[in-house]
Structures are given as C-alpha cells and as structure tokens.
Design a protein around this ligand. Structure first.
Ligand code: NPQ
Ligand code: MG
Length: 369
C-alpha cells in the first residue's frame, strides 16, 4: 500500500440534545474525518478528539497539528505492508493516540477495500450483530432522568448507562432503580472523584449495577486498586487505560474487574485488539466504549465489538441517538433485541456522503507526498 495524499476535514456536528457529563455540557460534536488516497481507492477514518480537552488532553486542534506536521508526513508516499508497519512509523511520535487511531482507521478501511474483506473479518470478529446500550447524560433532575430513560427503553435499548458527578450520584441511581427495578444499569463518573470523595459512592453497591466506570483520575490506576476492594460492584476503567500495558498493570493490581475499550483512546484498533486478547485470556469482560462517533467511527466500533471477548453491551447507539443527519449513507438502527448489525461490506463498510460531510466541515486540508 502506498498513500498518495491525505485529506483532513474538521467537522462540527450539531447534537440532537445537549450531552452533559461530569466534565461539562456539549451542544455539538467536533471531530476530524480523514481521507487516505491510495491508487483509485480511498479509506476513511475518524479521529474522536473533541473541540475541548474535557474527556482527554487531546483536541481537534492538537490532532490537526500532529496529523499534518508529524503523522501524515511519516507515512506519505512510502510502501507500507500493513497496520503493524504503520504503527511502527507512528511510534516516532509519542502520545496523541486519538490522532494515530484516526489515521489507522483509514488504513484499515483501505486494507479491507484492497482485500475485499470487512473490518470484522480483518479483526477476527465472530458476531454479525452486537448488543448495545445507550449512554444518558446528566439531566436537570432525577425525575427528568427517569423520563428521558423511559424514552430510550421504549426505543428498545436494553442497557442504560447514566452519567454521575458529586452530588448527582446515589440519588440519580436510586431514582433509576426505583423506576426500573430490572433494567441493566451502569454509571460513569468520568474521573470526578478522589479516593476520599468516592466514599459517597458506597451506597451504589446496593443497586445491583453492572459496573461503576472510571470514578477516579486518569493517572490514578493505583488509587482504583485501593477503591475496588471496597465495592462488590465491579469497577470499570475507561480513561485510565491508554495501552495494553496499562490494561495488564491494572489487572495485576486488581484496580478493576471490567475494561471499556475505545480504539481512539488507545491509539487504534491494533492496540484495542491487544487489550481484548489480554482480557479474553484472563476472563475479564470488556465492552466497546463510545465517543459520539459519526457513522464512520460507529462502523469501526461495531466491527471491534464483534470480537468474542466483548461480552457486555457497547456504548454504540443508533445514528439518531446523537445526530439528525449522519455523514454516512447507511444509518444504523436498533434491532428489537437491542443489537445493531455489523457492516459486512469491505473495510468499514460505509459510504460517506460527501455533500453531507462538506455541509458540516469548517476546515479542510490536503497533504501531498
Ligand atoms: C465515556 N462517552 O464513556 C464517553 C464520554 C464522552 C458515550 O458516554 C462530546 C461530549 C464528546 C461528550 C466524548 C459516552 C464526548 C463526550 C466522550 C463524552 O466516558
Ligand atoms: Mg466513560
């Protein structure tokens, strides 16, 4: 494979309804879409960094800089055998995992289009439908939360994740349990607590939750290992796990009993699969996290979540959960059994509607060999 030119598009997509987490409230979603041209084929990738560094330190601005100045020049115009070789070239740049993952996704798409294989086949996925759930942002009150969740249950989502933050944790989760005694429920704190303030979360242990996601800071794997023994409920790490090495260390420390895998957070699907394999061997359940992806990133998530170790429902909702209009011609819909179909066409298996994409593009750049 040889890349002739690469185009970047900074998209700003309006969200159907604002999404609020412990780190802030968003009314829109920015991302970078990449087009990688090789001969007469084009591969698409999505970099999941947002406009602001609330979830992680990367932003669209840092990704744009690092992609255009370092990552793309490192791979343009050279013969590359596959993803392992791509990652070896990208390793000269430290960190910036979301930027790397966006580029890697486009290369996976090209690889699939070249070989006629779907991304699911390339990764070794075994399911043609994957179980999904919905992630629900903080609402004005616990009553409002119950009402919003009721709408999602009516749409068919069989697993609900609610966002929590200090002062809006046990009360919200209890209101959910009272309203929906049997629903599969989990909570996500997005690093809003310390080892001390997390004592407020102990009553969650009575609510039969699937897991408690990322209560403490990204760089606090050790403190999670101090916190986990105080709960019967599994802790799940998201922000803390940036590599397969982190996953191994977190499991060695018993800092969590479940891992959320996001390809963007760990530098791409290649590393994501390594984390899956490690957890699969140890019998640790994993699930596919979500970053409010467009149809491009959603297709990638569905392929990843089709691997055998993804035994918990992913944060992979139907397109209409977040967007009125998506950039792919395919719109992903929820099946009655709370699953979504994994694309079967070569590569990501999606067609990008250039007209729609350009409508939301606020910046473009072409980098040539
Ligand atoms: C999480 N995702 O699991 C992330 C958080 C997240 C689906 O809960 C804009 C606004 C971009 C909010 C990216 C879900 C975001 C965002 C990720 C929240 O922690
Ligand atoms: Mg999370």
């Amino acid at each position: 494979m040889k890349f002739d030119r690469i185009k970047l598009f900074h998209l700003r997509m309006p969200l159907r309804t604002p999404f609020e987490t412990s780190f802030g409230r968003s009314t829109g979603r920015d991302c970078v879409i990449l087009q990688v041209f090789a001969g007469d084929l084009v591969g698409y990738g999505e970099c999941v960094a947002d406009a602001t560094p609330g979830y992680s330190s990367e932003t669209v601005g840092t990704a744009w800089h690092v992609l255009s100045e370092f990552l793309i020049p490192a791979v343009l115009g050279q013969e590359l055998q596959g993803v392992a070789e791509l990652q070896a070239r990208l390793a000269a740049t430290r960190g910036h995992r979301m930027a790397k993952a966006g580029l890697e996704m486009a290369v996976w798409d090209l690889l699939g289009k070249t070989t006629g294989k779907s991304l699911r086949e390339l990764l070794g996925g075994v399911h043609s439908q994957v179980e999904v759930g919905v992630s629900v942002g903080l609402q004005a009150s616990p009553q409002a939360l119950v009402q919003v969740v009721n709408g999602y249950l009516e749409q068919g989502y069989a697993r609900i994740k609610i966002k929590i933050k200090p002062g809006r944790d046990v009360g919200d989760a209890r209101a959910m349990r009272v309203a929906f005694p049997h629903v599969r429920l989990q909570v996500d704190a997005n690093s809003a607590y310390t080892l001390e303030s997390a004592a407020a979360l102990l009553p969650l242990d009575e609510l039969d939750l699937l897991l408690i996601e990322q209560p403490l800071d990204e760089d606090d794997i050790w403190d999670h290992s101090r916190l986990q023994p105080r709960f019967r409920t599994p802790l799940c790490l998201d922000e803390s796990i940036l590599s397969a090495r982190h996953a191994r260390q977190a499991l060695d420390m018993a800092a969590c009993r479940v891992i959320n895998i996001k390809a963007g957070r760990v530098g791409g699907l290649y590393e994501a699969c390594k984390i899956h394999d490690l957890c699969f061997l140890q019998g640790i359940p994993v699930w596919c996290g979500g970053m409010l992806e467009t149809g491009v990133g959603r297709a990638s998530n569905l392929a990843l979540a089709s691997l055998p170790g993804f035994t918990l429902p992913g944060d992979i909702s139907a397109s209409e959960r977040y967007y009125v209009e998506d950039i792919t011609r395919e719109t992903f819909t929820l099946n009655p059994d709370s699953t979504i179909d994994v694309p079967e066409k070569p590569g990501l298996g999606v067609d990008v509607d250039l007209h729609v994409m350009k409508k939301y593009a606020i910046k473009e750049l072409e980098v040539k060999a």
